[in-house]
Design a protein around this ligand. Structure first.
Ligand code: S3P
Length: 444
């Protein structure tokens, strides 16, 4: 379905976002192999997270869902059952890559499949290290279907991750739980003692009583991030409260910062620093986004965000550059950053983001193409783009079946003159089914 979006008034109101997608996937997977029973509260309504639940049910995990609450009866590490059919991951890369790690350590064979978009995304990054651990993993031409012949126990692995991917890191931590020894995974971090890619898996493992060792080792002027996990560890079930999804909130925050007289409060939203790169970007641009009531619940920081368009802000006249380690912390927000670039006097330049080319769509080329259709002054690079301040005009823009493109261009539509048609807008359901309803409620 297509959807017409056009400029109305300011964005005003209070929103509470559905549960975080990344945290929801991890909660379901880790509770499935835990000892005991527990509930996930505020489980994401995203289609992607439903795919994870369906796969786990097919692996014999008793799961009962009542609205946003999901009760999981853990089967322990060795209690999963061989699935009767292929495991359908839909559009969800997180489902496929995390489950690949889990299934590598089982005593049975399984096949992970996905939709056309997921079936074109790279899977060798998980297949290669899982094979080094002893599992059989077939990914013809490096993409799904992934045929996995699990092995028990897996061999412990010492591995330097070639890319900053939380999905790969999480896949390997799950496989590490099934090895007969200690596995060590290393990732670069430039000069900082902080993880670069999102660290929800690490936080949740600790919350479920898994001893995970973490070290930042200085090498010259840089640090290396090292994680060590032992195959002796077993997750213990505890109820998990999922914070609201910051990656869904960002669209409204961007809209409120960019539309005169807006005033927006976002309640109960996840504020994990490895996810908050977009907030840091907006502050670097000079927008004021106020955080309050921050607390840590089930290992994850959450709180409230407030944007008041009238509050003093000092939008920079210089080009804002986003690159290097910053990319991983705002990886899903890059299309929206392109849209925001059109509102900034000095524009925006994004670099080191070539990973975006293998997301649900080629997010660099789709962002560039759509912004150009709307009249933006934009240049494409292999690893990003540069966009200058531009007056946007309504146009027909194709989401290419990518939820984050559909949502980012709905905000572009609010900044533009005339009407914008978002072609194939239904894809928002994979992460945020109520997106358009909430946008309408805020933009009456
Ligand atoms: C995710 C990690 C990111 C992100 C994706 C969700 C996760 O992917 O783009 O939407 O839940 O681990 P990569 O870590 O592969 O970049």
């Amino acid at each position: 379905m297509d959807r017409i979006v056009s400029k109305k008034g300011p964005l005003r109101g209070t929103v509470e976002l559905p549960g975080d997608k990344s945290v929801s996937h991890r909660a379901a997977i880790l509770l499935a192999i835990s000892e005991g029973e527990a509930e996930i509260l505020n489980y994401s309504g995203a289609g992607d997270c439903a795919s994870t639940l369906e796969c786990l049910k097919a692996l014999g995990v008793p799961i009962e869902q009542s609205g946003e609450n999901v009760a999981v009866r853990g089967r322990g590490k060795f209690g999963l059952k061989s699935p009767l059919s292929k495991l359908q991951c839909g559009n969800s890369g997180t489902t496929m890559r995390l489950l690949a790690g889990l299934l590598a350590g089982q005593r049975f064979e399984s096949v992970l499949v996905g939709d056309d978009s997921l079936s074109s995304r790279p899977m060798s990054r998980v297949a290669k290290p899982l094979r080094m651990m002893g599992a059989g993993v077939e990914a013809r031409s490096g993409t799904a279907p992934l045929e996995i012949a699990g092995v028990q126990p897996l061999k412990p692995l010492e591995y330097d991750l070639p890319i900053e991917s939380a999905q790969l890191k999480s896949c390997l931590l799950l496989a590490g739980l099934y090895s007969n020894g200690i596995s060590t995974f290393r990732m670069p971090t430039s000069g900082q003692r902080a993880p670069v890619s999102r660290d929800h898996t690490e936080r949740m493992l600790r919350f479920l009583e898994v001893g995970l060792e973490e070290e930042f080792i200085k090498k010259g002027s840089e640090y290396r991030h090292e994680l060590r996990i032992s195959g002796d560890e077993v997750p213990v079930a505890h109820d998990i409260h999922v914070p609201g999804d910051l990656s869904s909130a960002v669209y409204f925050i961007a809209g409120a910062c960019g539309i005169k007289d807006s005033e927006l409060t976002v309640k109960n939203v996840g504020l994990n620093p490895t996810r908050a790169g977009f907030l840091r970007f907006m502050r670097k641009c000079g927008f004021r986004i106020i955080e309050s009531g921050v607390s840590v619940v089930c290992g994850e920081p959450k709180g409230q965000l407030h944007v008041d368009w009238k509050a003093e802000c000092d939008v920079t006249g210089e080009r804002v550059v986003v690159k290097g380690d910053e990319i991983a912390n705002l990886i899903d927000e890059v299309p929206l950053i392109g849209v925001m670039g059109t509102r900034l006097p000095g524009g925006v330049e994004v670099r080191d983001a070539s990973e975006l080319r293998v997301k649900e769509s080629d997010r660099i080329s789709v962002t560039v193409e759509n912004l150009r259709l709307m009249g933006a002054d934009i240049e494409e690079f292999q690893d990003g783009f540069r966009v200058g301040m531009s007056e946007l005009q309504g146009a027909d823009v194709d989401s290419n079946g990518d939820h984050r493109i559909a949502m980012a261009f709905s905000i572009a539509a609010l900044f533009a003159t005339g009407e914008t048609r978002i072609i194939n807008s239904d894809c928002v359901a994979v992460s945020y089914p109520a997106f358009f309803k909430t946008l309408e409620d805020l933009n009456r």
